[in-house]
Design a protein around this ligand. Structure first.
Ligand SMILES: Cc1cc2nc3c(=O)[nH]c(=O)nc-3n(C[C@H](O)[C@H](O)[C@H](O)COP(=O)(O)OP(=O)(O)OC[C@H]3O[C@@H](n4cnc5c(N)ncnc54)[C@H](O)[C@@H]3O)c2cc1C
Length: 494
């Protein structure tokens, strides 16, 4: 079994453990190797680190008590929901604790009239919709990991999903967030209404990747379950035509409930496993969903079918029952795990580009496959321009992990070059911290640090993640430090 890293200090562990056990029940604190091992990584499993201690608080008071000990002893804290994150955001530090919200999984209130739910941070995304179903309501943002990921994690990553094109990201579906600050205060951002007095700090907090505070409660919006939904599966004999069809749909004034693309490699890896009925001869398929009243859906499906035909679709199939609709989606929803059928390892990238650049960037990715001698499968939220290239590699083949990482960096650089961003919904974490140097100047990164310091002056919450230091960008070759002189020497750097 993997042991602690060279930085691990058993004396320090004893000291922190003793302090935590004074304020928490023993069953909320894990420190034995076999208990802490399951927390050594998140969904980015190539990066692992054993935490010094794992704390599983049962309520807000215990969260505040934990933060108090960490503040007092200067212990780094890595918050954690379900650990499904794909950018290493919940990866521990060897000298710190993991603060897991797994025990905080109560749905506090469902309000049919206000169409809201108040939930604790450890509630799973799908559990909200399941609880709201008897009221005819559901929570719209639907990450493919929704069966497992928590609302605390969704808030911290500003997660998206298939239906976010029409219904918005987490940010657009959350009304209020309750937070425990590192100073030991409870604060509330947002409100039960659509607006709140003062600066809109909730927008700053959502997507802040565990760096600004611990989410202890969230009020989410619920939306009525649509009367009906249908999905079109359209085949194309080349990827570029499929990409142009995506723009044509939006150009026609249609905002589908979902607009996803899978290239041939993705279809081939998922179809034998899921049997979704995908066209194995197509170079790419599009899944275009419509939801609403029966009349709205009938009308929208007709309009989308016309646009797709005019754009050059070689075949169009429309789901005729709810079972068939779910079958069409099942392939898309299972695409990531299906990569394991054709490759020992895969690296899921996440970048966003303007929709009109889809064809250019997919061609660029095909060129990078040749450059790096690695295969890549593309399955993504085409309507949002949010790419998820799955780079296929084998860690056991010397050099392949490095080549996969370089391939990923090249894709992100291309996203930035065409006016996009280095992340869509999976966050920066540790995975894309170097890529932050591609996107932002040192002044901009310093502004991000200034926001962090306002919430967390000592830099204890999820340190070393998300915002690169000047030093890191210099090492990455994206920061010019002249004779060791910083441009803004007065600005403190973590
Ligand atoms: C198969 C698969 C499919 C996925 N599909 C999607 C998708 O379609 N869309 C999408 O957006 N993402 C997707 N993801 C990524 C991931 O599921 C999301 O980022 C999700 O929001 C993470 O939630 P979590 O509870 O697992 O959080 P974790 O992974 O535990 O943590 C994520 C981040 O949030 C912080 N955090 C967690 N809880 C708290 C809290 N209470 N307070 C403060 N900070 C906290 C952590 O420190 C970390 O930085 C997918 C992942 C997998 C494995």
């Amino acid at each position: 079994m993997k042991t602690h890293s060279a930085h691990f200090n058993p004396e320090r562990q004893r000291q922190v453990l003793q302090a935590l056990l004074k304020v928490l029940p023993a069953n909320c604190v894990l420190h034995e190797l076999e208990d802490t091992k399951p927390y050594e990584c998140d969904g980015l499993a190539a990066y692992t680190e054993l935490p010094m201690i794992v704390v599983l608080p049962e309520d807000e008071q215990q969260i505040l008590a934990t933060l108090g000990v960490c503040r007092e002893l200067a212990v780094p804290i890595v918050p954690r929901g379900a650990g499904t994150g794909l950018s290493g955001g919940a990866m521990p530090t060897s000298d710190g604790i993991v603060l897991s919200t797994a025990k905080l999984k109560r749905i506090v209130q469902l309000d049919k009239n206000a169409r809201t739910a108040i939930v604790q941070p450890g509630v799973r995304n799908l559990a909200i919709s399941e609880a709201a179903a008897p009221l005819g309501l559901y929570y719209a943002p639907d990450p493919s990991s929704q069966i497992a990921c928590t609302i605390g994690g969704n808030v911290s990553e500003n997660s998206g999903g298939v239906h976010c094109l029409k219904y918005g990201l987490t940010l657009h579906n959350v009304l209020r967030v309750r937070i425990a600050t590192i100073d030991g205060e409870m604060i509330e951002l947002g409100s039960a209404a659509l607006d709140a007095p003062g600066l809109d700090l909730m927008s700053v907090f959502i997507g802040s990747e565990g760096m600004l505070g611990i989410v202890t409660e969230v009020t989410v919006k619920l939306v009525p379950k649509p009367e009906c939904a249908q999905v079109i599966m359209a085949s194309f004999d080349d990827v570029i035509t499929a990409c142009n069809a995506v723009s044509d749909i939006i150009k026609a004034g249609i905002i589908p409930a979902g607009l996803e693309m899978m290239d041939q490699r993705s279809v081939h890896m998922v179809e034998p496993f899921v049997k979704a009925g995908y066209d194995l001869n197509a170079a790419a398929i599009l899944l275009c969903e419509s939801d609403g009243s029966e009349t709205e859906v009938r009308d929208e499906i007709e309009r989308m079918s016309r646009v797709l035909q005019q754009a050059g679709a070689t075949a169009i199939a429309v789901s005729n029952s709810e079972a068939e609709r779910l079958r069409f989606w099942s392939g898309r929803k299972n695409a990531f795990p299906a990569a394991g059928r054709i490759s020992p390892d895969y690296y899921c990238m996440d970048g966003t580009i303007p929709r009109k650049k889809l064809a250019q960037v997919l061609q660029g990715i095909a060129d990078l496959e040749i450059k790096h001698q690695l295969r890549c499968a593309n399955v993504f939220h085409a309507g949002d321009g949010n790419l998820h290239p799955l780079i296929l590699f084998d860690t056991n083949t010397p050099g392949e992990l490095d080549r996969a990482e370089q391939f990923g960096t090249d894709i992100l650089a291309m996203c930035v070059d065409v006016g996009g961003t280095i992340t869509g919904e999976h966050g920066v974490g540790i995975e894309k911290i170097n890529a932050m140097c591609l996107q932002f100047t040192s002044e901009e990164n310093d502004a991000f640090f200034a926001v962090k310091r306002a919430f967390d002056p000592a830099g204890l919450l999820n340190p070393t993640k998300t915002i690169p230091t000047l030093h890191r960008c210099a090492e990455f070759g994206r920061e010019h430090v002249h004779h060791g002189q910083q441009k803004f020497p007065d600005l403190p750097r973590f």
